[in-house]
Write a protein that binds this ligand. Structure first.
Ligand code: SER
Ligand code: ZN
Length: 606
């Protein structure tokens, strides 16, 4: 059979949508084999559109179109065309209502995208492009609409019917079926749409927001799992409080629902007001779950909750911007977990993950930038680079701005872009506007793949009391990017005296010595030299503690002696670097022992 190569989608080809959808009314008659979806879309031509032929093209897959009306009038076959992956309506007006009725078969949907069967439940997954398997739609994140949803189902089978937003009534129809209505007043992209139907039990709690609103919180599970939700619920409550305190973000809807599902492609999904989870990130009991399970639940529950602002209220203009929501939200959940437990231990775990999963990605044939330039299948871009390296990019900006200016910058981001679909450049733009820091060069981190290497060398001059540190940066080539540009890198460092105390880090030319401790140096050139002064009384050269807190996703080399590594292990005020020094030393020792063993074997054999 002849198959065409799938098209490559490029960031440089981005065009604003030709049409916008202001509101959506959906009616789903839920059935595992034959679900009927009626959709009424209020559409209008996008004043910002730059091209268009007057036709409307809606994405749709695996749908059987049964009826179509435009402003109440049924369309004749000549007025529209149905293809495998879209519906085209010819010469539409500038403003109109489009009504369609489609039929679909959830039980045949093994892609787990769109509406599918999970055990005895029906549920959805629409990120990235699953909504087109539910109805014909402008299934792209820069089309944001309000949704009113009516769900109809057999109450024996599906006594619980959930969708996004606020509950708007439930009733029995004359034919005995259950009918539930949900309203989501916050405009959202279609990938955040969700529906769940099943015989579920709710575990409930309440949260009072900063402004005093009472929000019922419910975690829905299959019967028998009610006693395994306590930790997830406590994690949710802590996350809601933390987002208010740390980012000034309050929850917006009247209810917040979570559902634990046994069949799920991703870890969890941040659908507006209705987060859907892989059961392993909700269910836990001390008798059967490990510490790592508990930590995983806390982190993922928080992650999905935090998306309500970083992802849902402000979303991605296109899928190249995936890290806009994922990088920032991973950074937020990492910081949350750091605040809830041990900051140092959390940082060690996150860097171990990054080194184990993202560094190899960046060093191999799959290397891609945090904001890719092109893709064939967006589902392949939910990567460690987009998520974890993306989080490091936000962390570096937080380092470059410092905590106060970073908070001002995120406040500005939420204010400027609420209700919009934006880009990583828009995010960095807020960091710049709020702080005055020039991040032009920093933006290369988003478009350049590969892990930079920093080679450090130093010299101490006891007579003049100066310490020179030279840092060379180099990023090896990656597929499609043979030449790399120097990056703007925050290098947090400390210098330890012979007693293991942090020295005050005064750069040459500065009149005042800062308090002893960590200082963030900014690298921009391929080679940078920093000269610290004021060390006249120092008997021995200071020991550098480089890249404290792992302030940038880079490799660092410095010719440490074993004694220096042991010294850092014992004295470094930075927990991450104490651990890292121990790792390096242990690795050296193990390799030396292997070498000795090999030598001894060779000697014995000779
Ligand atoms: N958007 C989802 C999440 O990040 C799926 O990866 O949680
Ligand atoms: Zn996420």
């Amino acid at each position: 059979m002849y198959r065409t190569t799938p098209p490559v989608i490029r960031l440089s080809d981005y065009q604003p949508p030709e049409f916008l959808i202001d509101s959506v009314q959906l009616r789903l008659e839920l059935d595992p084999r034959q679900t009927v979806v009626e959709a009424e879309l209020r559409l209008r031509r996008n004043p910002a559109a730059t091209r268009g032929d007057g036709d409307l093209r809606l994405a749709g897959e695996q749908l059987e179109l049964e009826a179509i009306r435009l402003n109440e009038r049924s369309l004749t076959p000549a007025e529209y065309q149905v293809a495998d992956d879209h519906l085209r309506v010819r010469r539409v007006p500038d403003r109109f209502r489009l009504w369609t009725r489609v039929r679909l078969n959830p039980s045949a949907n093994t892609a787990l995208e769109g509406l599918y069967v999970s055990g005895d439940m029906l549920c959805t997954q629409c990120e990235a492009e699953g909504f087109r398997r539910i109805t014909y739609f402008l299934d792209r994140p820069d089309v944001m609409a309000t949704y009113r949803v009516t769900l109809i189902a057999d109450p024996e089978r599906y006594p619980v019917l959930l969708a996004n937003g606020n509950p708007a009534g439930e009733e029995r129809l004359a034919d005995g079926r259950l009918c539930a209505r949900w309203d989501d007043p916050f405009p959202k992209p279609s990938y955040l749409f969700a529906v769940v139907a099943g015989d579920l039990r709710a575990v409930e709690a309440r949260f009072t927001t900063a402004s005093g609103r009472q929000i019922p919180l419910r975690i829905y599970v299959e019967p028998g799992n009610e006693d395994k939700c306590a930790h997830a619920m406590q994690s949710l409550i802590r996350a809601m409080r933390w987002d208010e305190e740390r980012y000034g973000r309050e929850y917006d809807l009247d209810v917040f629902n979570i559902v634990a599902v046994s069949h799920f492609n991703m870890g969890a999904m941040e659908n507006k007001g209705l987060n859907v989870f892989n059961a392993k990130y909700i269910l836990a009991r001390p008798e059967t779950a490990t510490d790592a399970d508990f930590a995983g639940i806390e982190g993922v529950v928080a992650h999905e909750y935090f998306h309500n602002w970083t992802g849902n209220r402000i979303t991605c203009r296109d899928w190249f911007q995936l890290s806009l929501k994922e990088g920032f939200t991973v950074y937020r959940d990492q910081e949350f977990s750091a605040d809830m437990g041990s900051r140092g231990v959390k940082r060690i775990e996150d860097v171990r993950q990054l080194r184990a999963r993202q560094f190899p990605e960046d060093a191999g044939p799959m290397a891609h930038p945090v904001r890719p330039d092109s893709y064939i299948e967006i589902n392949n871009f939910y990567t460690a680079t987009v998520y974890e390296k993306g989080a490091e990019l936000v962390r570096m900006q937080a380092h470059l701005l410092g905590p106060e200016r970073f908070r001002q910058a995120t406040d500005l981001y939420f204010e400027r872009f609420d209700g919009q679909a934006v880009t990583t450049d828009d995010f960095v733009g807020c960091m710049e506007s709020a702080s005055g820091v020039d991040l032009t060069q920093f933006k290369r981190w988003y478009s350049q793949a590969g892990t930079p290497q920093l080679d450090c060398a130093d010299r101490f001059d006891a007579a003049t009391g100066t310490y020179r540190l030279e840092v060379r940066q180099h990023t090896p080539p990656t597929p499609g990017q043979p030449e790399k540009q120097p990056l703007h890198i925050p290098l947090a460092l400390g210098l330890l005296d012979a007693q293991g105390q942090d020295l005050p880090l005064r750069l040459q030319g500065e009149t005042k010595a800062p308090a002893p401790g960590t200082r963030v140096l900014e690298l921009r050139q391929p080679v940078e030299t920093f000269v610290f002064t004021g060390f006249e009384g120092l008997g021995a050269p200071p020991v550098p503690s480089l890249l404290r807190g792992f302030s940038a996703p880079v490799h660092v080399s410095y010719p440490y002696t074993d004694a220096q590594l042991g010294f850092l292990m014992a004295h470094d005020s930075d927990g991450f670097n104490r651990w890292d020094a121990a790792q390096t030393l242990a690795q050296r020792r193990l390799l030396a022992m292997v070498e000795e063993f090999v030598q001894a074997q060779a000697g014995a054999g000779a």
